[in-house]
Design a protein around this ligand. Structure first.
Ligand code: FAD
Length: 366
């Protein structure tokens, strides 16, 4: 088994496959797993996750896996506040952590390695060639070539395995984002800011102990002002000091129709499993990783078609992701300026916003 990418999705697949005694190689282009982090670092607790995706509630493997050690869980986030352009506040409860993503990715990889998975860092997949004679694909990297019975695309938002194969679906609509690690913030809630601060996107502050993760994502039509400038202005206005920057793409186009192509299964961001209305994807990367591994195991042991993985994804999260996508599309359509954003938020109210953010149907489209 070849897993491309050692993010939460890749390490979870590797863990579950290795646990079953299968040979797993994970290649990761970064020298240090998880570094640099590309995340706002809000990690859903098991309660939040199983509430959003009720069909995993009874999954004891996932529930156990979710018991992350304290050094990863920076700060418990009991509240979320959403601020309108006029700074009207809508608050609701939450069960999440302002976590340390670098440590999370390292921990998940260590867990998989302890089950027997092999990790090779600094190894980047660069080319996929079809070998006619053997009717196999050869995966070429900067450190050797590989073939495998099963391949997992766990390479994140840009789905590099599908890109290099020139086959298989890739997630659409990428939201550009930037974030900074800051000091000077003293609230203990997860705060979201809507309106011209982040046109047709949002700004966030996620406290994680001594520091906070502050970021901005905007619709790609609004890149006239550089993202870094937007973030600097936002932080300056709040008296926050930025110590380092990061960023990345969040795929907001929704789940791909098929996450299976030949012997390649995609997980996490590569399968478009981010919630489009809130940008959260770590939880779904982990859940899909577990199910992709189990689909391979069922295929090997009982000849169950690999495409059953699509059915499992649909059953587990398709409805929520579809609702979330619809919420995001409505938001992009209505919230074109501060006036319409303010109006839409007042119509939705606290309950509607809560439902829109966490993938339940917002009141406006009931
Ligand atoms: C700025 C930002 C803020 C976010 N905030 C949150 C948040 O607060 N909460 C949340 O739940 N989600 C958040 N997300 C989304 C979350 O980060 C992703 O959903 C999650 O990381 C997906 O996990 P993954 O394993 O699918 O992919 P990734 O974590 O992206 O892992 C992919 C891995 O593949 C490696 N890779 C890529 N190409 C190759 C190659 N060719 N060869 C070898 N290795 C390769 C990469 O180096 C990387 O390590 C945020 C995303 C961004 C960009």
């Amino acid at each position: 088994m070849l897993v491309v990418g050692a993010g939460p999705g890749g390490s979870t697949v590797a863990n579950r496959l290795a646990e079953e005694g299968l040979d797993v190689l994970v290649i990761e282009r970064r020298q240090t797993i998880g570094n640099p982090a590309q995340c706002g670092e809000c990690l859903p607790g098991w309660g939040e996750m199983s509430e959003a995706f009720p069909s995993i509630k009874e999954d004891s493997w996932l529930e156990d896996y979710w018991q992350f050690p304290d050094h990863i869980l920076g700060q418990y986030l009991e509240w979320m506040r959403v601020f309108s352009p006029s700074m009207k506040e809508y608050g609701f409860s939450l069960d999440c952590y302002g976590a340390h993503r670098l440590q999370l990715d390292g921990y998940l990889a260590e867990q998989a390695a302890s089950q027997g998975a092999e990790f090779r860092t600094g190894v980047e997949l660069r080319k996929v060639q079809h070998q006619k004679k053997l009717n196999r694909e050869v995966y070429r990297t900067n450190a050797g070539s590989f073939t495998a019975d099963y391949v997992i695309d766990a390479s994140g938002a840009l789905a590099h395995v599908a890109r290099l194969r020139g086959k298989g679906e890739r997630p659409g609509v990428q939201l550009p984002t930037i974030y900074g690690q800051v000091t000077g913030h003293d609230s203990d809630s997860f705060d979201i800011f809507m309106g011209s601060v982040a046109p047709r996107g949002y700004a966030w502050i996620i406290p994680k102990g001594e520091i906070a993760n502050v970021g901005i994502g905007v619709h790609y039509d609004n890149l006239d002002v550089p993202l870094k400038q937007r973030l600097d202005t936002f932080c300056e206005g709040l008296g926050l000091t930025i110590h380092s920057y990061g960023g990345g793409w969040i795929p907001l186009g929704g789940k791909v129709k098929s996450a299976v192509d030949d012997n390649v299964l995609s997980v996490g961001d590569a399968a478009g499993l981010v919630m489009p209305s809130n940008g959260g994807g770590v939880g779904q990367a982990i859940v899909s990783g577990k199910f992709a591994a189990e689909s391979i195991i069922s295929n090997l042991q009982n000849d169950v078609p690999l495409t059953d993985y699509n059915k499992i994804l649909s059953k587990t999260m398709a409805k929520q992701l579809k609702i979330s996508l619809r919420s995001k599309n409505l938001f992009w359509a209505f919230c074109r300026n501060d006036f319409t954003t303010e109006l839409a938020m007042r119509v939705l109210g606290t309950n509607g916003l809560r439902r829109a953010v966490d993938c339940r149907r917002p009141l406006i489209i009931l």
